[in-house]
Design a protein. Structure first.
Lengths: 289, 289
């Protein structure tokens, strides 16, 4: 039986773990010192609690952790590998291609490294849908194991870093749009023109308004995780490119929203207030015919 | 007959001028020292060439100029007003509420100031469609004159600055999305994953891809004008807000694209290259069933 390790049972980690376990893999995760919610999520997903040393004996290790600890996670697992055991180590985190290559250097000589990036939301409990996992580098064996156990993968050319680059570009757009929309809905509320802007968006940018209604409330609780992803995107662009400043600003903005979510929620309340307006017709508009 | 002055016959100025002239107004503009294209555009729109002194005798002055010269334009026109003549001066530019109030101070005592913001593309030659012009402050008379001569207006509460705030928020979102999408399509090309990202966007972000195909090629020639608008949005947000950095970065990015458009067009070519890919199916994807 294939043993697959997912060090952390976050929403994505547990979602992938559930699919893998449902397709016959033994799925290990570390829950020691984690919250009761995480332990419960892991248990519901059919993942087995394991120590670091047990985790390191897996055939396939899938690193799905906050971007800020992707490097240290790799170092800890590689240090715990038993002698003579050479697993596949796939980093699926939202990190820059450079950071992925940094992890490849840590892993080199101890495990077979694969670069990865996850596009899409965690699999649902009913196991339909689920994200597409991009893989690059020598990824054939990793892809076979993952597909055999129910995950959707796409192996792409370009070597280590290519899959991370896809994830960077994609997340930069989707989370960038969410961020700059949030910033301006807050600005509209502060300027006292929230109702007017809502009516105008209903009239001429209904796709954007619908997208905001769907994505913003879901973002509040994730903003703290997006800070490092935005910083990774800025690093991916390199400081020489003027646009890297856009994602530096998005990182600081998401940090502010994360702090707000953890304190008095005044910003989050303003966003909710904007989004909950009823669509109003432009009643007092003067229009030519 | 109502005399309406539009100092500059740019794409928007001439578009509005054409509607106003078609609805019976005498429309004046300054073409001295402007390009042959501008003179031709003004003529086609039915606008009459006028000196600054003639312009200042109009009943209604609509300032539609690059944001960077909105203040100086106001100063020049106010200085040229004949004694005893008190026109309506409406600033319709993409400027911050603070800059609009600065212009209101220049105009005060000489003309009736109205704050404005234009949402939408210039009217087409057949005079259908056309933008919605938000007005705030003591805007009833200005709105009556504009509606009488074929324009679409909406008077909103909030005093001077409110209409400019609507324009800031709206332009920040639409031009922000165009900017950050462009930035990441370029990054994808540099990283060698343009084809993969195009396929992924076709699969999961088709609205965004369609929007990019429609808006990006139209942006190249306007990028130079958007630099100051992005800076105005950053100023509107105030430097204390972390998200102001997002629009500072967008301003620098559009400056780089404007410089590129005026030189070897290497960036613009990369964007075109991305957008002209045929939609490809994820042929070598490994998917579970």
């Amino acid at each position: 039986m294939t043993v697959i390790a997912l060090p952390a049972a976050g929403a994505m980690g547990a979602g992938l773990g559930c699919v893998l376990a449902a397709h016959g893999a033994t799925v290990l995760t570390m829950t020691e010192g984690r919250s009761e919610a995480t332990r419960h999520r892991a248990e519901q997903a059919g993942m087995r609690p394991a120590s670091l040393n047990e985790l390191a004996r897996a055939d396939l290790i899938l690193s799905v952790v906050p971007p800020a600890i992707a490097v240290t996670t790799a170092g800890q697992i590689i240090a715990a590998l038993p002698g003579g055991h050479r697993p596949i180590y796939a980093d699926l985190n939202a990190i820059s291609p450079d950071r992925s290559r940094e992890i490849a250097d840590i892993v080199a000589g101890h495990a077979d490294f694969v670069d990865g990036g996850i596009i899409g939301a965690p699999p649902r409990a009913d196991s339909t849908g689920g994200p597409l996992i991009y893989l690059s580098g020598n990824a054939t064996d990793a892809a076979s194991l993952m597909v055999k156990h129910g995950l959707k993968t796409k192996v792409i050319d370009g070597g280590i870093g290519a899959a991370s680059a896809v994830k960077m570009c994609y997340g930069a757009m989707t989370k960038g749009i969410t961020g700059l929309t949030s910033a301006m809905l807050l600005a509209a509320e502060r300027a006292g023109i929230g109702e007017v802007l809502h009516a105008e968006l209903s009239r001429s940018q209904s796709q954007l308004l619908t997208r905001s209604e769907q994505t913003l409330p879901d973002m509040y609780g994730k903003a703290y995780r997006w800070v490092d992803e935005m910083d990774q995107i800025a690093a991916f662009l390199t400081p020489e490119r003027p646009e890297s400043q856009i994602w530096q600003g998005l990182a600081r903005f998401y940090q502010m929203l994360a702090d707000d979510e953890a304190s008095d929620k005044s910003q989050v309340s303003d966003l909710d207030h904007f989004l909950k307006r009823r669509e109003k017709t432009l009643g007092n508009s003067s229009r030519s015919t």
